[in-house]
Design a protein around this ligand. Sequence first.
Ligand code: IVH
Length: 691
Amino acid sequence: MDAAAYAQAVEDAVGAAAAYYAGGSSPLDDDAYDRLVRGIAAWEAEHPDQVLPDSPTGKVAGGAAEGDVPHTVPMLSLDNVFSPEEFIAWTGSLARRTGHDVTRFSVGPKLDGLAVAARYSRGRLTRLITRGDGTAGEDVTHAVGTVEGLPETLAEPVTVEVRGEVLMTTAQFEHANEVRIAHGGQPFANPRNAAAGTLRAKERAYTVPMTFFGYSLLPLPDTDPALAAELNELAHSDLMSMAAGLGVHTSARTAVPDVVVETPEQVVARVQEIAAVRAELPFGIDGIVVKADLAADQRAAGSGSRAPRWAIAYKLPAVEKITRLLEVEWNVGRTGIIAPRAVLEPVVIDGSTITYATLHNPADITRRGLRLGDHVMVHRAGDVIPRIEAPVAHLRTGDERPIAFPERCPRCGSDIDTSEERWRCAQGRSCHLVASLTYAAGRDQLDIEGLGATRVVQLVEAGMVADLADLFALRREQLLGLDRMGGTSTDNLLAAIAKAKEQPLSRVLCALGVRGTGRSMSRRIARHFATMENIRAADAEAMQRVEGIGSEKAPSIVAEIAELAPLVDKLAAAGVNMTEPGATPPPAADAGLDADATSATPAEGGPLAGMSVVVTGAMTGMLEKLTRNEMNELIERAGGRSSSSVSKKTTLVVAGEGAGSKRAKAEQLGIRLATPDDFAALVAGFLTTGR
Ligand code: IVH
């Protein structure tokens, strides 16, 4: 970097920080901003005489949204570290400042929202102020009623300032964007922008909720002197307990509460635990904040003009990056759904290169106002499919082009049924017969060995199968006529097809590919109704009695089953099993009147009776060969309930090799853990997979 590049970098960073703190959408994502500031700091270290006055390294960061309410004590920012090494180095400098090794650290989530100060006068919330430039902020008291977790009256009539972060949980963000779009607005790019925009908006026709998390508690000028003295002496952890006691929402009620640990190694371990559960948190975090817990240590370490020296932000890799939307592809799935997929300029997010992101459906593209060539904010957390949040509208150049929607099915040229949000080829599941048959023959459905995609293509191209039931009518001579089909492979394939007729109803149902149902839902439906006849007889109301099927989903499942009736008849005629072993059908006519008959009755009295079990990591030993679906089937055969996410309701977590966040969460919640071997022993009597 030379002096000119340095000046440009400072200008870019100042502009980005201004947009960030003002709640606008920044032209830089967090990662790019951090890199820029680190570059600036490195250059300044070499050229201390040439530091520009508005450099982001030298003052309270942000500094743009000029407010008119001065802060009693500056609202500082935090310095960052990005690795265990940098963190350990920071503890070294902390020890030098305090004169001893710090042995009480408070470690908690760095909430990804915006900082506010809430002033309470004799227990009543009188003013809410944004951070602004750190010395003065904007009065946003008008927003008080929309911020959950910030009580209008405290449990005690004290005069204090509570500082913390206002954010939108993922659910609040989705709701906010729905409401905003419904009012003709542009969606917010991410929860942070949504919270910032919402907090500052004054005359909106609608209100949307946000959430507050307190992270500090301090006296105000007219706080009772005894209380002020107490607040100045309390450890951070005690202040947080006090805040919670006063009725303020803090991290204590989340899956990642602030904890106090004693050594830097314990801090790093806690950082890793929090990082492991990050993707599952209902709100965004961009790092972990580590604070010297004791007031004496904080005082000894002191504060700079920009950030305290007793606290540090341990940044986690960004889960959002800005990149460009190059193309939109339209792919037909196995049920005939025509789904748009975004082709992106490749971008690395948390170690993986992202080239595609889901776009849901055409209406969603229209709602978001996306155009080809747009800069878009891409979000990817954990192993979920990357998604586009919104276009970064102010980066538009005018060269962006509209996204063309297909007029005919991109696969077969048929008409498109656009009556629902998700468009569908008029040929339905016959449009992509290869995909639908390959899925049906898959290991978790009919499990027909030897019937992979290549073979399915051959069968379809030779005109031997036009639907799933045709598989069961295949003859030996026909198969022998195919390329690379000798006598042995033919006999094996025919045997596998014959065996598939014995599969339980749950798998047959799954193989049919009823839209809106997958493997576990198919099992629930099959267990609930016990026979295909009962399923077909069910109306929406009866369908709703299956656990997990709500009033929205029920009618579409019923309609799908009706659409599939000819195929089901054909399968039954071919001798395919249509019953679920071990399931008892709901008592026929009066089933609707029985309020308790709400869900599939799990096998009674099995070793897992009444238990909710989550499987994570790779299975070993006796269970090594089982797919996740087969593990879930096993759990249900043994009387339990299978689930994919760990919560307070979980009773057992089977943690195999490489188990990560779910195991961590189970440990945190004190849920019983089992190794694959322990679990195999527990369900030994039920270990037949039907293979
Ligand atoms: S302590 C003087 N604790 O991060 C101490 N800040 O990048 C500074 N933040 O401006 C605040 N979660 O808005 C603290 N648990 C937490 C936090 C947190 C998020 C924000 C805060 C601050 C920014 C610095």
